[in-house]
Design a protein. Structure first.
Length: 277
């Protein structure tokens, strides 16, 4: 039987609701088996949109999965111990993720969270958490491989095709439990004031493209003034939780402007430099 295959180093990111829109970072294609970031998730806040992305390098062979330890890649067939470290990894499949914060889902970039051996994959965890607590994620995965073994039966060599997977050989799935998310309670509206931010502005196609990040949904009056205080643009916008993109039907000359957002609860004024088209 398969003595042990260590898969916990890489099979940690998963999806159960939909395919993630994340794109695997090819920078890691020639890297050794690993995950990035290596550990830890930032804290989340109740009612605040949360999103993180991870990249992982899936092992190509069982010896890679075992992190180079030859003692862990041996099967017993008809009383004979056979090394199978050079067998290819067909896939690593995540079965489940337990203890995710309510309101948060985990999505991978492949169908059914089946990551082919040797590939670079990614996954996202996103949503809006609803209950403050400390959550220790339990990521449950399985590894699949196949190959051929040759054994002597009565002095006659016999070649047999063999398929193996972690669960069938060991009786349990591989579980990773070193990732935690702390969800904090938002104590007041004032805690959210600093989270309103103008993250991007550009002049294109005779319009102003504006990006605003917010952590609650609300309406703002928007005003753009030049450096001498003249109002160049005025209107109303509505933000959603997360990043928002707006196209203002106004062609502005290159220069310095003040963008102001305000409503009855909070306001923001930010000086920006706008380049030409």
């Amino acid at each position: 039987m398969l003595k042990k295959i260590t898969t916990s180093f890489f099979c940690f990111l998963v999806s159960f609701s939909c395919i993630s829109q994340c794109i695997p970072d090819t920078l890691y294609q020639d890297s050794t088996v690993n995950i990035w970031p290596s550990s830890g998730f930032p804290d989340a806040t109740v009612g605040v949109s949360y999103s993180q992305t991870w990249t992982m390098k899936i092992p190509s062979t069982l010896i890679e999965a075992a992190l180079g330890d030859t003692a862990f890649v041996t099967i017993d067939t008809l009383g004979q111990s056979i090394y199978i470290g050079d067998w290819v990894v067909d896939s690593v499949v995540t079965i489940d993720v337990l203890n995710t914060p309510p309101g948060i889902s985990v999505n991978c970039n492949t169908s059914n969270c089946a990551f082919p051996g040797g590939s670079v994959a990614c996954a996202e965890i996103n949503g809006t958490p609803t209950i403050p607590d400390w959550y220790n994620l339990q990521i449950i995965s399985n590894l699949y491989s196949h190959g051929v073994v040759t054994v002597n039966v009565g002095g006659v060599p016999l070649t047999l095709p063999v398929s193996v997977n972690y669960f069938e050989q060991l009786g349990y799935y591989d579980t990773v439990s070193r990732y935690m998310i702390t969800v904090n309670q938002a104590s007041s509206v004032f805690d959210l004031k600093s989270e309103l931010e103008i993250t991007g502005v550009s002049n294109k196609d005779n319009s102003v493209y504006l990006e605003i990040s917010d952590f609650i949904s609300e309406d703002f009056e928007i005003q753009i003034t030049d450096v001498v205080g003249r109002t160049i643009y005025q209107g109303i916008i509505s933000t959603n939780i997360g990043r928002n993109t707006y196209i203002l039907n106004k062609n502005l000359e290159e220069g310095i402007y003040i963008i102001s957002l305000y409503n009855k609860n909070r306001n923001l004024s930010q000086k920006i430099y706008l380049s030409s088209n």
